[in-house]
Design a protein around this ligand. Structure first.
Ligand code: NAP
Length: 341
Protein backbone atom coordinates (compact mmCIF):
# COMPACT_ATOMS: atom_id res chain seq x y z
CA UNK A 1 0.00 0.00 0.00
CA UNK A 2 1.42 3.37 -0.97
CA UNK A 3 1.99 6.15 1.55
CA UNK A 4 -0.80 8.74 1.35
CA UNK A 5 -3.16 6.37 -0.45
CA UNK A 6 -6.81 6.47 0.67
CA UNK A 7 -7.96 3.07 1.90
CA UNK A 8 -11.07 1.69 3.61
CA UNK A 9 -10.97 1.56 7.41
CA UNK A 10 -13.20 -0.87 9.31
CA UNK A 11 -14.17 0.51 12.73
CA UNK A 12 -16.21 -0.31 15.84
CA UNK A 13 -18.12 2.82 16.88
CA UNK A 14 -19.86 3.69 20.13
CA UNK A 15 -23.59 4.16 19.54
CA UNK A 16 -24.26 6.29 22.65
CA UNK A 17 -23.01 6.65 26.23
CA UNK A 18 -23.59 3.43 28.15
CA UNK A 19 -25.06 3.21 31.67
CA UNK A 20 -26.11 -0.15 33.10
CA UNK A 21 -25.12 -3.50 31.55
CA UNK A 22 -23.07 -3.28 28.35
CA UNK A 23 -24.71 -4.86 25.27
CA UNK A 24 -23.26 -5.75 21.88
CA UNK A 25 -25.76 -3.34 20.31
CA UNK A 26 -24.09 -0.44 22.15
CA UNK A 27 -21.35 -0.82 19.53
CA UNK A 28 -21.74 -0.56 15.73
CA UNK A 29 -19.51 -1.88 12.94
CA UNK A 30 -18.84 0.67 10.25
CA UNK A 31 -16.44 1.26 7.37
CA UNK A 32 -14.87 4.66 6.72
CA UNK A 33 -11.78 5.74 4.81
CA UNK A 34 -8.34 6.96 5.86
CA UNK A 35 -5.31 8.51 4.14
CA UNK A 36 -2.22 6.51 5.01
CA UNK A 37 -0.32 9.66 5.93
CA UNK A 38 0.53 11.61 9.09
CA UNK A 39 -0.17 15.23 8.07
CA UNK A 40 2.93 17.38 7.80
CA UNK A 41 3.51 19.53 10.88
CA UNK A 42 1.04 17.49 12.96
CA UNK A 43 3.63 15.54 15.03
CA UNK A 44 1.20 12.62 14.61
CA UNK A 45 1.80 9.02 13.57
CA UNK A 46 -0.36 6.90 11.30
CA UNK A 47 -0.48 3.29 12.50
CA UNK A 48 -1.88 -0.04 11.40
CA UNK A 49 -3.44 -1.70 14.45
CA UNK A 50 -2.41 -5.33 14.97
CA UNK A 51 -3.76 -6.36 18.39
CA UNK A 52 -6.48 -4.64 20.43
CA UNK A 53 -7.06 -5.44 24.09
CA UNK A 54 -10.57 -6.20 25.37
CA UNK A 55 -10.53 -4.75 28.84
CA UNK A 56 -12.53 -2.71 31.37
CA UNK A 57 -10.74 0.50 30.30
CA UNK A 58 -12.77 0.64 27.06
CA UNK A 59 -16.05 0.02 28.92
CA UNK A 60 -15.31 2.79 31.41
CA UNK A 61 -14.63 5.27 28.59
CA UNK A 62 -18.22 4.73 27.37
CA UNK A 63 -19.67 6.77 30.25
CA UNK A 64 -19.82 10.55 29.92
CA UNK A 65 -16.81 12.15 31.61
CA UNK A 66 -13.20 13.17 31.08
CA UNK A 67 -11.68 11.49 28.00
CA UNK A 68 -14.95 9.63 27.34
CA UNK A 69 -15.51 8.22 23.85
CA UNK A 70 -17.79 10.54 21.88
CA UNK A 71 -20.89 8.74 20.57
CA UNK A 72 -20.32 7.97 16.89
CA UNK A 73 -16.53 7.68 17.37
CA UNK A 74 -14.39 4.55 17.37
CA UNK A 75 -13.95 2.77 20.72
CA UNK A 76 -10.68 3.71 22.39
CA UNK A 77 -8.49 1.12 24.04
CA UNK A 78 -4.99 -0.23 24.39
CA UNK A 79 -3.37 -2.00 21.47
CA UNK A 80 -0.22 -2.90 19.58
CA UNK A 81 0.36 -1.25 16.22
CA UNK A 82 2.91 -0.73 13.46
CA UNK A 83 3.88 2.77 12.36
CA UNK A 84 3.13 3.30 8.65
CA UNK A 85 3.97 7.00 8.56
CA UNK A 86 5.37 9.43 11.09
CA UNK A 87 5.56 13.19 11.45
CA UNK A 88 7.10 12.79 14.91
CA UNK A 89 10.88 12.78 15.39
CA UNK A 90 10.78 9.90 17.92
CA UNK A 91 8.97 7.46 15.62
CA UNK A 92 9.72 6.07 12.20
CA UNK A 93 8.02 3.86 9.64
CA UNK A 94 8.23 0.21 10.70
CA UNK A 95 8.37 0.86 14.48
CA UNK A 96 6.11 -1.29 16.65
CA UNK A 97 4.33 0.60 19.43
CA UNK A 98 1.79 -0.04 22.18
CA UNK A 99 -0.58 2.35 23.93
CA UNK A 100 -4.00 3.91 23.53
CA UNK A 101 -5.35 3.53 20.03
CA UNK A 102 -8.81 2.97 18.56
CA UNK A 103 -10.88 0.00 17.49
CA UNK A 104 -10.23 0.37 13.76
CA UNK A 105 -7.79 -0.95 11.18
CA UNK A 106 -5.77 2.26 10.86
CA UNK A 107 -5.47 5.08 13.40
CA UNK A 108 -4.00 8.55 13.33
CA UNK A 109 -2.40 8.99 16.76
CA UNK A 110 -2.23 12.71 17.42
CA UNK A 111 -0.20 12.50 20.67
CA UNK A 112 2.29 9.67 20.08
CA UNK A 113 4.28 10.75 23.16
CA UNK A 114 1.84 8.54 25.11
CA UNK A 115 2.84 5.47 23.04
CA UNK A 116 5.65 3.10 24.05
CA UNK A 117 8.07 1.85 21.43
CA UNK A 118 8.46 -1.94 21.46
CA UNK A 119 12.14 -2.83 21.53
CA UNK A 120 11.91 -6.56 22.27
CA UNK A 121 10.15 -8.45 19.50
CA UNK A 122 11.49 -11.88 20.45
CA UNK A 123 8.27 -12.53 22.42
CA UNK A 124 4.78 -12.48 20.83
CA UNK A 125 3.69 -8.89 20.09
CA UNK A 126 0.32 -9.66 21.71
CA UNK A 127 2.10 -9.76 25.10
CA UNK A 128 2.27 -5.95 24.88
CA UNK A 129 -1.51 -5.84 25.36
CA UNK A 130 -1.13 -7.88 28.55
CA UNK A 131 1.82 -8.96 30.65
CA UNK A 132 4.28 -6.52 29.00
CA UNK A 133 1.75 -3.74 28.48
CA UNK A 134 -0.76 -1.77 30.52
CA UNK A 135 -2.13 -4.66 32.67
CA UNK A 136 1.40 -5.80 33.51
CA UNK A 137 2.54 -2.33 34.51
CA UNK A 138 -0.67 -1.90 36.53
CA UNK A 139 0.05 -5.10 38.44
CA UNK A 140 3.68 -4.11 39.00
CA UNK A 141 2.94 -0.55 40.16
CA UNK A 142 -0.05 -1.52 42.29
CA UNK A 143 1.69 -4.40 43.99
CA UNK A 144 5.25 -3.16 44.46
CA UNK A 145 4.72 0.60 44.72
CA UNK A 146 1.32 0.87 46.43
CA UNK A 147 1.27 -2.29 48.59
CA UNK A 148 4.98 -2.21 49.66
CA UNK A 149 5.04 -6.03 50.07
CA UNK A 150 7.39 -7.93 52.33
CA UNK A 151 8.46 -11.53 52.00
CA UNK A 152 6.11 -13.90 53.81
CA UNK A 153 3.12 -11.55 53.85
CA UNK A 154 -0.44 -12.73 53.19
CA UNK A 155 -1.89 -11.42 49.93
CA UNK A 156 -5.43 -11.62 48.60
CA UNK A 157 -6.24 -10.78 44.95
CA UNK A 158 -9.82 -10.45 43.67
CA UNK A 159 -10.66 -11.08 39.99
CA UNK A 160 -7.42 -13.03 40.23
CA UNK A 161 -7.86 -14.72 36.86
CA UNK A 162 -8.23 -11.33 35.14
CA UNK A 163 -5.46 -9.76 33.10
CA UNK A 164 -4.12 -7.75 36.05
CA UNK A 165 -4.89 -10.29 38.79
CA UNK A 166 -2.95 -13.16 37.17
CA UNK A 167 0.16 -10.99 37.05
CA UNK A 168 -0.22 -9.64 40.60
CA UNK A 169 -0.41 -13.21 41.91
CA UNK A 170 2.73 -14.22 40.05
CA UNK A 171 4.68 -11.17 41.27
CA UNK A 172 3.52 -11.88 44.81
CA UNK A 173 4.71 -15.50 44.61
CA UNK A 174 8.08 -14.39 43.21
CA UNK A 175 8.30 -11.99 46.18
CA UNK A 176 7.83 -14.93 48.59
CA UNK A 177 4.29 -14.07 49.73
CA UNK A 178 1.38 -16.42 50.47
CA UNK A 179 -1.23 -15.70 47.78
CA UNK A 180 -4.92 -16.48 47.51
CA UNK A 181 -7.15 -15.41 44.61
CA UNK A 182 -10.88 -15.31 43.97
CA UNK A 183 -12.43 -15.98 40.57
CA UNK A 184 -15.86 -16.74 39.14
CA UNK A 185 -15.57 -20.37 37.98
CA UNK A 186 -14.09 -23.67 39.13
CA UNK A 187 -11.96 -23.88 35.97
CA UNK A 188 -10.40 -20.49 36.72
CA UNK A 189 -9.78 -21.54 40.34
CA UNK A 190 -8.03 -24.68 39.11
CA UNK A 191 -5.83 -22.76 36.69
CA UNK A 192 -4.90 -20.17 39.29
CA UNK A 193 -3.48 -22.93 41.47
CA UNK A 194 -2.04 -25.24 38.81
CA UNK A 195 -0.81 -22.79 36.15
CA UNK A 196 -0.28 -19.49 37.91
CA UNK A 197 1.12 -20.82 41.20
CA UNK A 198 -1.41 -19.30 43.62
CA UNK A 199 -1.28 -21.09 46.99
CA UNK A 200 -5.08 -21.20 47.13
CA UNK A 201 -8.04 -19.90 45.18
CA UNK A 202 -11.81 -19.99 45.55
CA UNK A 203 -14.92 -19.49 43.44
CA UNK A 204 -16.62 -16.43 44.95
CA UNK A 205 -19.87 -17.27 43.16
CA UNK A 206 -20.19 -20.47 45.21
CA UNK A 207 -19.56 -18.79 48.56
CA UNK A 208 -22.66 -17.66 50.48
CA UNK A 209 -20.52 -15.96 53.10
CA UNK A 210 -17.40 -14.22 51.76
CA UNK A 211 -16.22 -13.38 55.28
CA UNK A 212 -16.22 -17.10 56.16
CA UNK A 213 -14.43 -17.95 52.91
CA UNK A 214 -11.65 -15.45 53.64
CA UNK A 215 -11.33 -16.74 57.23
CA UNK A 216 -10.90 -20.24 55.81
CA UNK A 217 -7.90 -19.17 53.69
CA UNK A 218 -6.52 -16.49 55.98
CA UNK A 219 -7.16 -17.66 59.57
CA UNK A 220 -4.76 -14.94 60.76
CA UNK A 221 -5.92 -12.25 58.35
CA UNK A 222 -4.57 -10.56 55.22
CA UNK A 223 -1.69 -8.07 54.98
CA UNK A 224 -2.36 -6.97 51.42
CA UNK A 225 -5.54 -6.81 49.39
CA UNK A 226 -5.23 -6.09 45.67
CA UNK A 227 -8.69 -4.74 44.94
CA UNK A 228 -10.13 -5.34 41.48
CA UNK A 229 -13.86 -5.76 42.16
CA UNK A 230 -15.22 -3.61 45.04
CA UNK A 231 -18.75 -4.09 46.43
CA UNK A 232 -19.46 -6.94 48.84
CA UNK A 233 -15.96 -8.39 48.42
CA UNK A 234 -14.38 -5.21 49.77
CA UNK A 235 -16.70 -5.27 52.77
CA UNK A 236 -15.73 -8.88 53.55
CA UNK A 237 -12.02 -8.14 53.14
CA UNK A 238 -12.17 -5.20 55.56
CA UNK A 239 -13.28 -7.64 58.26
CA UNK A 240 -10.20 -9.77 57.57
CA UNK A 241 -7.37 -7.26 57.22
CA UNK A 242 -4.47 -7.46 59.64
CA UNK A 243 -3.11 -4.50 61.58
CA UNK A 244 -1.29 -2.08 59.24
CA UNK A 245 -2.76 -3.87 56.22
CA UNK A 246 -2.57 -2.24 52.78
CA UNK A 247 -5.27 -2.16 50.14
CA UNK A 248 -4.35 -1.12 46.59
CA UNK A 249 -7.51 -0.01 44.82
CA UNK A 250 -6.86 -0.92 41.22
CA UNK A 251 -10.49 -1.07 40.15
CA UNK A 252 -14.02 -2.05 41.10
CA UNK A 253 -15.35 -4.01 38.15
CA UNK A 254 -18.46 -5.14 40.06
CA UNK A 255 -19.65 -1.51 39.93
CA UNK A 256 -19.09 -0.78 36.21
CA UNK A 257 -22.45 -2.01 34.98
CA UNK A 258 -24.51 -0.56 37.88
CA UNK A 259 -26.40 2.68 37.43
CA UNK A 260 -25.67 3.57 41.09
CA UNK A 261 -22.63 2.31 43.01
CA UNK A 262 -23.16 0.11 46.08
CA UNK A 263 -22.18 1.35 49.54
CA UNK A 264 -19.39 -0.08 51.74
CA UNK A 265 -20.31 -0.81 55.36
CA UNK A 266 -17.18 -1.88 57.25
CA UNK A 267 -15.20 1.34 57.04
CA UNK A 268 -14.81 1.56 60.83
CA UNK A 269 -12.10 -1.12 60.59
CA UNK A 270 -9.77 1.40 58.97
CA UNK A 271 -9.07 2.94 62.36
CA UNK A 272 -8.79 -0.06 64.64
CA UNK A 273 -6.69 -2.02 62.13
CA UNK A 274 -4.68 1.02 60.93
CA UNK A 275 -5.42 0.09 57.32
CA UNK A 276 -4.01 2.12 54.45
CA UNK A 277 -6.17 2.07 51.32
CA UNK A 278 -4.84 3.82 48.23
CA UNK A 279 -6.28 4.19 44.77
CA UNK A 280 -3.86 4.45 41.89
CA UNK A 281 -3.79 4.92 38.13
CA UNK A 282 -1.26 3.15 35.96
CA UNK A 283 -0.62 6.38 34.00
CA UNK A 284 1.11 7.84 37.08
CA UNK A 285 3.69 5.03 36.94
CA UNK A 286 4.60 5.16 33.24
CA UNK A 287 8.13 6.26 34.20
CA UNK A 288 8.65 2.79 35.72
CA UNK A 289 8.01 1.04 32.40
CA UNK A 290 11.66 0.39 31.43
CA UNK A 291 12.44 -1.15 34.84
CA UNK A 292 9.22 -3.16 34.78
CA UNK A 293 9.65 -4.49 31.24
CA UNK A 294 13.26 -5.59 31.80
CA UNK A 295 12.31 -7.50 34.95
CA UNK A 296 9.18 -9.08 33.49
CA UNK A 297 10.83 -10.09 30.21
CA UNK A 298 13.54 -11.81 32.21
CA UNK A 299 10.94 -13.67 34.30
CA UNK A 300 9.09 -14.77 31.14
CA UNK A 301 12.27 -15.96 29.43
CA UNK A 302 13.36 -17.88 32.55
CA UNK A 303 9.92 -19.54 32.70
CA UNK A 304 9.17 -17.90 36.05
CA UNK A 305 6.04 -16.14 34.76
CA UNK A 306 3.40 -17.61 32.48
CA UNK A 307 0.95 -16.04 30.07
CA UNK A 308 -2.51 -17.18 29.05
CA UNK A 309 -4.14 -15.35 26.18
CA UNK A 310 -7.34 -15.81 24.25
CA UNK A 311 -6.68 -14.40 20.78
CA UNK A 312 -9.88 -13.67 18.91
CA UNK A 313 -9.80 -13.01 15.16
CA UNK A 314 -11.32 -9.91 13.61
CA UNK A 315 -12.52 -6.47 14.61
CA UNK A 316 -16.13 -7.63 14.19
CA UNK A 317 -15.67 -9.98 17.20
CA UNK A 318 -14.86 -6.98 19.44
CA UNK A 319 -18.37 -6.15 20.76
CA UNK A 320 -19.13 -9.72 21.86
CA UNK A 321 -15.65 -10.13 23.37
CA UNK A 322 -16.02 -6.94 25.42
CA UNK A 323 -19.47 -7.95 26.66
CA UNK A 324 -18.19 -11.42 27.64
CA UNK A 325 -15.62 -9.79 29.94
CA UNK A 326 -18.51 -8.86 32.22
CA UNK A 327 -20.09 -12.34 32.04
CA UNK A 328 -16.81 -13.83 33.26
CA UNK A 329 -16.78 -16.11 30.18
CA UNK A 330 -13.15 -15.54 29.32
CA UNK A 331 -10.21 -17.93 29.39
CA UNK A 332 -7.21 -15.64 29.63
CA UNK A 333 -6.37 -12.15 28.49
CA UNK A 334 -8.79 -11.34 25.65
CA UNK A 335 -7.04 -9.91 22.62
CA UNK A 336 -8.47 -9.07 19.20
CA UNK A 337 -6.11 -9.83 16.33
CA UNK A 338 -7.04 -7.52 13.49
CA UNK A 339 -3.99 -7.81 11.25
CA UNK A 340 -1.39 -10.53 10.64
CA UNK A 341 1.87 -8.64 10.27
P1 NAP B 1 -10.39 -8.42 34.32
O1 NAP B 1 -10.14 -8.74 35.75
O2 NAP B 1 -9.77 -9.25 33.25
O3 NAP B 1 -11.95 -8.28 34.13
C1 NAP B 1 -12.71 -9.28 33.72
C2 NAP B 1 -13.09 -10.19 34.83
O4 NAP B 1 -13.70 -9.47 35.90
C3 NAP B 1 -14.16 -11.13 34.36
O5 NAP B 1 -13.61 -12.19 33.62
C4 NAP B 1 -14.80 -11.55 35.65
O6 NAP B 1 -14.07 -12.65 36.18
C5 NAP B 1 -14.57 -10.36 36.59
N1 NAP B 1 -15.85 -9.71 36.85
C6 NAP B 1 -16.69 -9.20 35.94
N2 NAP B 1 -17.80 -8.71 36.55
C7 NAP B 1 -17.62 -8.93 37.87
C8 NAP B 1 -18.41 -8.66 39.03
N3 NAP B 1 -19.60 -8.07 38.93
N4 NAP B 1 -17.92 -9.03 40.25
C9 NAP B 1 -16.72 -9.62 40.35
N5 NAP B 1 -15.93 -9.90 39.28
C10 NAP B 1 -16.38 -9.56 38.07
O7 NAP B 1 -9.93 -6.96 34.07
P2 NAP B 1 -8.50 -6.40 34.23
O8 NAP B 1 -8.13 -5.81 32.95
O9 NAP B 1 -7.62 -7.40 34.88
O10 NAP B 1 -8.79 -5.24 35.27
C11 NAP B 1 -9.03 -5.55 36.64
C12 NAP B 1 -9.50 -4.31 37.37
O11 NAP B 1 -8.46 -3.34 37.33
C13 NAP B 1 -10.71 -3.65 36.75
O12 NAP B 1 -11.53 -3.16 37.79
C14 NAP B 1 -10.12 -2.50 35.94
O13 NAP B 1 -11.04 -1.45 35.79
C15 NAP B 1 -8.95 -2.13 36.79
N6 NAP B 1 -7.81 -1.50 36.14
C16 NAP B 1 -7.30 -0.40 36.73
C17 NAP B 1 -6.16 0.19 36.23
C18 NAP B 1 -5.61 1.39 36.95
O14 NAP B 1 -4.78 2.11 36.40
N7 NAP B 1 -6.03 1.62 38.17
C19 NAP B 1 -5.54 -0.32 35.09
C20 NAP B 1 -6.08 -1.50 34.52
C21 NAP B 1 -7.20 -2.08 35.05
P3 NAP B 1 -14.74 -13.69 37.22
O15 NAP B 1 -15.05 -14.91 36.44
O16 NAP B 1 -13.66 -13.86 38.22
O17 NAP B 1 -15.98 -13.04 37.78
Amino acid sequence: MAKGEEVSNKQVLLRDYVYGPLKETDMVLSTGTVHLKAPQGSKAILVKNIYLACEPYSRKMMMKGDNAIEPGSAITGFGVAKVLDSDHPDFKEGDFVWGITRWEEYSLIKNPESMFKIHNTDVPLSYYTGILGMPGLTAYAGFFEVCSPKKGEYVFVSSAFGAVGQIVGQFAKLMGCYVVGSAGSDDKVDLLKKKFGFDEAFNYKKEHDLDAALKRYFPNGTDIYFENVGGIMLDAVLLNMRQHGRIAVCGMISQHNLEHSEGVHNLTYFTSKRIRMEGFMVFDYYHLYPKFVDLTLQFIKEGKMVVMENIIEGLESGPSALVSLYDGNVVGKEVLCISHE
